[in-house]
Design a protein. Structure first.
Length: 172
């Protein structure tokens, strides 16, 4: 469990319990004015910071070892195993849960869209940092990040959002 997974788990718990949801988002009390406000401010900064880190990881460096002979196969396999295969397996499961599991979270269009997008999101930027620390597959990881974030993010996001909205319409 890493910090983003803990955050997702806590957010599902907060969204599931009406009393916690009221304290965080509706009551004008201590929790909303301190903790919820701090979380919103940190969320506002996260996207620019992620883009800075992504740009730094894609910048060419002269001290990186050359790519392996199977460079394009590694990039294709990485993107296939991170974006396509999990989507084929998990999106039908999420759709079935939306249709047959009676939970208020699954009826929320934003939750459903985020669940679909997270399922088909590109590999984590932290993988490139792991590659840099271990000094292996750095060029390959830069290629995976480039193709995943620069080339595939827009079309995959459009397809996934449309699929989430179709799923939500089908479930009702």
């Amino acid at each position: 469990m890493n910090p983003p997974l803990w955050a997702m788990l806590i957010s599902v718990i907060v969204a599931s319990l009406p009393s916690l949801r009221f304290e965080f988002f509706e009551a004008n009390g201590f929790i909303q004015n301190t903790l919820a406000s701090a979380i919103k401010q940190l969320g506002s900064v996260s996207i620019p910071l992620i883009l800075v880190v992504l740009g730094a990881n894609l910048a060419p460096s002269s001290d990186i070892p050359p790519a392996c002979p199977n460079y394009s196969k590694m990039i294709f396999g990485s993107l296939l195993s991170r974006i396509i295969l999990p989507s084929i397996v998990l999106l039908p499961i999420i759709t079935i849960c939306v249709k047959y599991v009676n939970t208020s979270i699954l009826d929320d269009p934003i939750f459903l869209i985020v669940a679909f997008i997270l399922t088909a999101s590109p590999p984590a930027i932290q993988l490139s940092q792991i590659c840099q620390l271990n000094e292996i597959y750095q060029k390959e990881m830069s290629g995976v990040l480039f193709w995943g974030y620069v080339v595939l993010t827009l079309p995959v996001t459009i397809v996934i959002v449309v699929a989430a909205l179709v799923c939500l319409g089908w479930a009702k």
